[in-house]
Design a binder for this molecule. Structure first.
Ligand code: ZN
Length: 508
């Protein structure tokens, strides 16, 4: 008995000590996180202020509405992002973030971690200087007297520099760092590319053989490949509707219960740098969206840019870093942002929408769908070749861009002739949005999946259901608080479903 009671006493003392230690640890952890939170709140106010300044400068850069001073806000970002206290906080808390019970604070640390990592490359003084110089060369000016001498040489230098900085940070090269940070993951991405390559190869080969027979040619050429892709786009783009683009944007939104006139949004038309169809910018999330479309763009481009607007304007998360400004690659998930833009553009491919706003009949629409399915393997492989040719520049720095383009054309488009037309390296997207192009293919998959979910929820008339807009808002409101995979699951019940995508085009 005695022994027993002594044991019990010792046990009680031990237990009390343990509880005290736990309470102490908990309160001290809480005190530290409160301090962290206060610090981040302060930094994020500054971060947002600079983001707004840079967004305004980029707006001027594309729209030509005012003087585009990209350098001053970028320098301010630089000063903010190399702040030792900020970096120390994030370096300390990121590995033990699972201890933080406040899930918003935990997510802020994750997104800050990604943002700081990519800033170490993109906002490195050397990279920034070169990038500024290249952007200046491509700026839209009234005089159109941009000096673009040796653009390619400087672009190659920028690629080398990005690789070098990534290696200094412990990555194999810039591709690995970038995919670590863009929400996709390099491993996921390579298997995604392999999967699509494999699934589309046989149907694409069949198209190639058919074209060769019909044209009586022995070697498949680039012109024929472009014709395939052209057929896809011609049938996937709505014929010119009667209404003006801006009015049709307003009406399409009104149809799903979104009142455009209440949105702080502005859409304009102006000549843009080569290769850019439209540029939508959230200057201030969620209060100020503007987009500029280059001349002669069809309604799907307008709806795409408006989709970027909806994504930002319905963001209601109360933390600037989770609002997802696009100016530092690690801060947002561009594949998902493009997915939201394409979801909006997707209304212009909807059967009921086409019947109402274009001259197409039900039968025309069905015929178009058949053609789209026929040429979808070419469309997918065209996308693969398009982003792989940029990626190869980083993965194989010893290969010339010309050589890369030819190899990629042979591998993905199955070009058999030696006569392969190549392009110059001069591309604003390579400068300002490195390794971005895969997002457009992923966007097509996301949009298809969301439209499928809307049809299941609201029926075939969902493009004219006032509840549809409400449904879409769930994708927008949390910003970067949820990962993009979580957002897909929350909205459509599953993560990105590539097999369903292939089935939609009758590929699998
Ligand atoms: Zn876009």
């Amino acid at each position: 008995m005695k022994n027993h009671s002594s044991f019990l006493r010792k046990y009680t003392v031990a237990l009390t000590v343990l509880v005290l230690v736990l309470i102490f640890t908990f309160t001290s952890c809480q005190a530290k996180t409160t301090e962290l939170e206060k610090f981040l709140n302060r930094i994020e106010i500054q971060y947002e202020q600079i983001s707004i300044e840079l967004g305004t400068a980029y707006w001027n850069f594309y729209s030509g509405e005012g003087d585009a001073d990209l350098v001053t806000p970028k320098n301010k970002y630089y000063t903010l992002l190399i702040n030792d206290t900020l970096n120390n906080y994030i370096d300390t808390w990121y590995p033990k973030r699972s201890e933080i019970s406040d899930t918003i604070l935990r997510r802020r640390i994750e997104v800050w971690h990604n943002t700081l990592l990519s800033a170490k490359v993109e906002y490195n003084a050397e990279v920034m200087k070169l990038r500024n110089e290249l952007e200046e060369m491509l700026k839209v000016t009234d005089e159109n007297n941009n000096k673009t001498d040796n653009f390619s040489g400087k672009m190659l230098l920028l690629i080398q520099l990005r690789n070098k900085k990534a290696q200094e940070l412990g990555f194999e090269n810039y591709v690995h760092l970038s995919f670590e940070n863009n929400g996709l993951g390099y491993k996921w991405f390579t298997s995604f590319v392999e999967n699509l390559d494999k699934a589309t190869l046989e149907p694409y080969k069949a198209l190639v053989e058919k074209a060769k027979t019909e044209k009586q040619i022995t070697q498949f050429d680039q012109r024929s490949a472009f014709q395939f892709v052209g057929m896809f786009y011609a049938n996937n783009t709505p014929p010119e509707p009667e209404k003006r683009n801006i009015d049709l944007v307003k009406e399409s939104l009104a149809n799903i219960g979104i009142d455009y006139t209440n949105l702080p949004s502005k859409l304009v038309e102006k000549q843009l740098p080569e290769g850019v169809g439209g540029q939508g910018i959230m200057l201030n999330i969620p209060y100020d969206f503007r987009a500029v479309m280059t001349l002669g763009m069809d309604i799907s481009v307008w709806m795409h840019e408006m989709g970027h607007g909806l994504h930002g304007l319905y963001n209601s998360i109360n933390s600037p870093i989770l609002e997802g400004y696009e100016w530092i690659p690690g801060n947002s998930t561009p594949a998902f942002s493009e997915g939201m833009a394409e979801t909006s553009a997707g209304f212009t491919q909807n059967t009921e929408w086409l019947k109402k706003y274009t001259s197409l009949t039900e039968e025309d629409i069905q015929n178009r769908e058949e053609i789209i399915n026929t040429y979808a393997p070419a469309f997918i492989r065209y996308h693969l070749s398009n982003f792989m040719k940029e990626m190869e520049l980083y993965l194989n720095p010893d290969k010339s861009y010309e050589e890369i383009q030819k190899d990629v054309a042979r591998k993905y488009m199955l070009i058999e002739t030696d006569d392969i037309r190549t392009q110059e390296l001069k591309n604003i997207i390579y400068v300002s949005y490195p390794l971005y192009l895969q997002n457009y293919l992923i966007a097509d998959i996301i949009a298809g999946q969301v439209h499928q979910a809307m049809e299941e929820k609201f029926g075939t008339d969902y493009a004219f259901n006032k509840e549809t807009g409400n449904y879409l808002q769930q994708f927008y409101k949390g910003g970067e608080y949820f990962t993009w995979q979580q957002r897909m699951v929350n909205g459509t019940g599953k993560e990105l479903d590539v097999n369903a995508y292939l089935k939609r085009y009758n590929i699998k």
